[in-house]
Design a protein around this ligand. Sequence first.
Ligand code: SF4
Length: 327
Amino acid sequence: VWISEVMLQQTQVATVEPYFERFLAAFPTVADLAQADEQQVLGLWEGLGYYRRARAMHAAARQLVAEHGGHFPADVATLMTLPGIGRYTAGAIVSIAMDRPAPILEANTIRLLCRLLGYREDPTKAAGQRLLWHAAEALLPRQNVADFNQALMELGSLVCHPTRPDCANCPARPCCAAFAQGAQESIPCPPRKLKFETVREAAVVIHKRSAILVRQCGPRERWSGLWDFPRFAIDAETTQHIQRELVEKVRDQTGITILPGGLLNTLKHGVTRFRITLECYEAQFAAGRIRTDRETPARWLTVDQLADLPLSTTGRKIARTLGKRAG
Ligand code: SF4
């Protein structure tokens, strides 16, 4: 329950399934996960995105072993002291895995409860959250909490759809304020629009004979713990200025000097609220020694060796392009 709930945050069920199988096969117990090397955990998570979840889960496994004998505490408040476990995940573990009373609130039950209560304010704000958690708790039965919580989520996802809810076949219709008011389509109020930010970055594939330079991203970087090509934001526009910026920023990030080459390809991708255009350039090593530290080690590896390294999503795409080119 813990692993599936964490993997399903922001990710579709069909995407999660193969990851879930592989993860459980590699780490069948909390102790196995706690003992694992972070690179192995990140490797099994590669492609699933939001890597902070994997690192938090790994840290939580270690805390469970260190402080709770490798077992899950059976109360929501203690579970919420573990990294990456919020009120929803704690409620899911207690109610679904242990069948003990604990409320859960997620997208489907938020919509369902807003409609049942006729709640017209923004459910993501503090007052809405307080009310809905309170309602989810007040509704809990004494027994069969696991079935009840899962049934609420199913009712929300299969019957009380975001648009055109199937009120004619809804068992909760007699006590639904939105139905009584004919307000199903306007409750809950529409979500606030996320403001996207556009970002332009460069990744540099630096060749030194048959090897390529990769570095591990530091704790304050977007892909923390994963490996990537030297990468940074750029703002120069002309080829000459871009090349100068690449030389300076590669030197800042790695300590070496490069001879910049041409554009390999351009990748567009989104991470949380950022819409990123990533320009991938090639370059030749010119001089200097790699500056490494414990948090951001760097290595010269062949394209084949990149297959065994947990890479950022775009890092993997670049590695595939290089692999295809090498034949
Ligand atoms: S009656 Fe309609 S709006 Fe109310 S809970 Fe059921 S499906 Fe949702």
